[in-house]
Structures are given as structure tokens and as C-alpha cells.
Design a protein around this ligand. Structure first.
Ligand code: GLU
Length: 449
């Protein structure tokens, strides 16, 4: 597919390709942002002068380390740990940790790069970073998870701190893992430093709404896109992929707003429940019993389970990919549009390939890219940090209201920026440009650092 880049930006992208061989997801993420930036350099020649784009594409620091641990049989296992501290212009590095066998440097760099702009869009004081490991939590016992998390933190702790770098969860890292890592950090440093990790348990420094925040936020964002088109969720058939915390709370909020979600999935297959996904059942299976979604059928006999199928073949009006990167390709996007999909909100990071994004933009449907639509998770992490700094904890209602206001603001910012730069309705440009400008201005102010 042809890269569509301004002549000033194209050589910078070429340099990214040369300097980071084989990191295809990182190439994809940088390409998507850089394709939006040509017109920004025309309005802001100082960004060219200060080489802001070149600098923003190079992480400030990349840490790669060995994570040895012992499994239940007493055997030693070795994994690889990563933390990419990408950009600290707007605040301490902030971004989740992903534990998944697909993790390598290219994945962590794509996530860290996106995180810079996502975090900037929230308007809150957080820089961008990401980390994780190729450790596979699937099928591991509690003891094994704990041993891995403790070993991981034994190396990473020296790079972290409430004013330095503040990780959180991502795929494979939830409340349990955050607990083990916080405990290990506390033990090594002898500091009860709440603000060094977010997604903590609500009994020990966590924020209410953090668990729900990414899903709720993505749904609020789609609701705003629909409102901008004088439409609502009311009565709409919606398709959600995934069955982790993003998917679960997306389903909950869509149901609250009057839509009907008919799908969910895991890496083995998807569920189609035409009567609407039974959220209580899904939560019991996934959050309490940590089972596979196939088991949904044991309790909802009318539903269908399709092993290894393509979830996007189910017709829907709103699609919310909430599983992982590149889960919607060009053909999937065409199928969605052909079947009547009018809005897409990305709960996952970069779930749509460049070919898919082009289909959505050409069809002029409401397409909310991840770095805008799923920013509610990290925004609520920043609210957790605020509560920690105040040694306070806010109510669910107040925190949810703050999240909703932030998502409204992000929508407005992307919407207005897209108009200002001559591409009304294009939230990809809106998000990339608005996020970039905020970081770039801070970098100019700081000089060559
Ligand atoms: N992993 C989430 C994301 O992709 C949340 C990060 C955080 O809360 O720091 O934005």
C-alpha cells in the first residue's frame, strides 16, 4: 500500500524504517501519525527547525532485561522484559505493561509511540511509555504469576517512581499482577509510594472506575461521534471483540446507553448472541473463573460459538474492536461498511490495519482511532495519580463524571482540529495533529534535550 506522506516528512519516516529494522508494528504506528503531520509543519515551521518529528520518533530510553523465574515444577524459566520510556515532555512516562507471547521490542515501541499522543490528548500531565514481556500468563498458576511479577519488578523498580515512570496494566496484566508488582516494589524500596503504579486495588490506593474506564471511555467517545451526527446508541446492534476488561465494560456501557451488543471473543473464537450478550454471565466466566468464552454456550443454549471465525462477518451498526492490534484488515472493514456499520470506536490499540483505516475514512463513517477513543483508561490512571498525590479517594460518580468530561473534551479537540486542518470528520488527523502539537510545543520550550 502506498505511503501517503508530505515531502518534508517522508525522509524522516525512511530514517525510522532504517533505524528500526523489522519492527513492523512500530513502522505502522509511526507511519499513521507521520502521514497526518505535513500540514502541521506548514503552520509551525519551528517544529522543522527543532527537528521535533525526528526526536519524537526516537525513544528517550529503552530498557531490555532478563526475567528468570521458577515454575511450579521447580524448573527455571527465562523471559524477556521491556520498558520503553518514549517521551517525558508532558509528564512522567505513563503507559501499561503487556504480558503476551507476541511481545517483542516492535510491539512495545508501537504502543509507547501511540501512548505519547493519546496521553497528550487527555490534557493531563503524563508522558508516554510502555513495557511488558513475552511471558504468557495463560494457564499459569497464581504462584507462577507471582514469581514472574516479582522477578520482573526486581529489575524494573530502579527505573520507576511517581515522578519518573508510572506503569499500569494492558493485555495480560490486571489487578492481580499489579498487586504482586506493587508489593515487590514496596518491599525492595521500603516506600509505600502509591503514585508509582496505577490500576491498584481500591483498598490500597486504586481509583474507582479505573477498571471500567477504557471501555466506558471508548463508549462515551462513540456516543460523542454519534451525537455529532445527530444520532445515538439507542436500538443499535453493536459488535464488540475481546472479552477482557476493555470489552466487558464497553458492553456494559453500550447496554446502559440503549444499544445491543451481540458478540464477544477470545483468541480461540467468538460468541454470537442475537438476544444480546449476557454480561453477568460473561463477567462470571472471565473475571471470576478465568475460563474461555466457549463455555458461554453451556448457559445460553441459543447462542452460537464460532471457533477461529471472523467476528466482523456479523452485521452491526457500531463496531468496537477491543481485543488487540490489527484485528480488522481491509477486507473486514469493507464487510463491516457493506453490512451497514456507521461507527467504529477502537477500544484496543491500533486494531485496524492501514488498509482498513482507509476503507473507513473513504466511506466517511464515524471512525474513532484508538489513541483518541481508548484514552479513557490512561486518563483515569492520571486521575488515580491525582488522588494518590492528595491522599484522597473520590466517589464512583464523581470519577465517572470526570472521565466523561475528558472524553467529551478529547472528541471536541479531535473534531475541531480535523476541521482546522481541512479534513472535517477525519478523527485520525484530528487526534494525531492535536496530540502532536501539545507535545511538540513542550519540546520546543525545553530546548535540545
Ligand atoms: N494500557 C492502557 C493503554 O493502552 C492504559 C495505560 C495506563 O493506564 O497507564 O492506554
Amino acid at each position: 500500500m502506498a505511503v501517503n506522506m508530505d515531502e518534508k516528512v517522508a525522509p524522516i519516516f525512511q530514517e525510522v524504517l532504517n533505524r528500526n529494522p523489522g519492527e513492523i508494528e512500530f513502522h505502522q504506528a509511526t507511519r499513521e501519525v507521520l502521514e497526518s503531520l505535513g500540514p502541521v509543519l506548514v503552520k509551525h515551521p519551528e517544529f522543522t527547525h527543532h527537528k521535533i518529528i525526528e526526536r519524537i520518533c526516537e525513544p528517550e530510553r529503552q530498557i531490555i532485561f532478563r526475567v528468570p523465574w521458577r515454575d511450579d515444577k521447580g524448573e527455571v524459566q527465562i523471559n524477556r522484559g521491556f520498558r520503553v520510556e518514549f517521551n517525558s515532555a508532558l509528564g512522567p512516562y505513563k503507559g501499561g505493561l503487556r504480558f503476551h507471547p507476541s511481545v517483542y521490542l516492535g510491539i512495545i515501541k508501537f504502543l509507547g509511540f501511540e501512548q505519547i499522543f493519546k496521553n497528550a490528548l487527555t490534557g493531563l500531565p503524563i508522558g508516554g511509555g510502555k513495557g511488558g514481556s513475552d511471558f504468557d500468563p495463560k494457564g499459569k498458576s497464581d504462584d507462577e504469576i507471582m514469581s514472574f511479577c516479582q522477578s520482573f519488578m526486581t529489575e524494573l523498580y530502579r527505573h520507576l517512581g511517581e515522578h519518573t515512570d508510572v506503569p499500569a496494566g494492558d493485555i495480560g496484566v490486571g489487578g492481580r499482577e499489579i498487586g504482586y508488582m506493587f508489593g515487590q516494589y514496596k518491599r525492595i524500596t521500603n516506600r509505600w509510594e502509591a503514585g508509582m503504579l496505577t490500576g491498584k486495588g481500591t483498598d490500597w490506593g486504586g481509583s474507582l472506575v479505573r477498571t471500567e474506564a477504557t471501555g466506558y471511555g471508548a463508549t462515551f467517545f462513540v456516543d460523542e461521534m454519534l451525537k455529532a451526527r445527530k444520532d445515538t446508541f439507542g436500538g443499535k446492534v453493536c459488535s464488540v471483540s475481546g472479552s477482557g476488561n476493555v470489552a466487558i465494560y464497553t458492553i456494559e456501557k453500550i447496554h446502559e446507553l440503549g444499544g445491543k451488543v451481540v458478540t464477544c471473543s477470545d483468541s480461540n473464537g467468538y460468541i454470537y448472541d442475537e438476544k444480546g450478550i449476557d454480561l453477568v454471565l460473561l463477567q462470571q466466566l472471565k473475571e471470576v473463573e478465568r475460563r474461555r468464552i466457549k463455555d458461554y454456550l453451556q448457559y445460553r443454549k441459543h447462542a452460537q460459538y464460532v471457533a477461529k471465525g471472523n467476528i466482523w462477518e456479523i452485521p452491526c451498526q457500531v463496531a468496537m474492536p477491543s481485543a488487540t492490534q490489527n484485528e480488522i484488515n481491509g477486507a473486514d472493514a469493507e464487510m463491516l461498511v457493506k453490512n451497514g456499520c456507521i461507527a467504529v470506536g477502537e477500544g484496543a490499540n491500533m486494531p485496524t490495519t492501514p488498509e482498513g483505516v482507509k476503507v473507513f475514512l473513504d466511506a466517511q463513517i464515524a471512525y474513532g482511532p484508538g489513541k483518541a477513543a481508548n484514552a479513557g483508561g490512561v486518563a483515569t490512571s492520571a486521575l488515580e495519580m491525582q488522588q494518590n498525590a492528595q491522599r484522597d479517594s473520590w466517589t464512583f460518580e464523581y470519577t465517572e463524571k470526570r472521565l466523561q468530561d475528558i472524553m467529551k473534551h478529547i472528541h471536541e479537540l479531535c473534531y475541531e482540529t480535523a476541521i482546522e486542518y481541512g479534513t472535517p470528520g477525519n478523527y485520525v488527523n484530528g487526534a494525531n495533529i492535536a496530540g502532536f502539537i501539545r507535545v511538540a510545543k513542550a519540546m520546543v520550550a525545553f530546548g535540545v534535550v
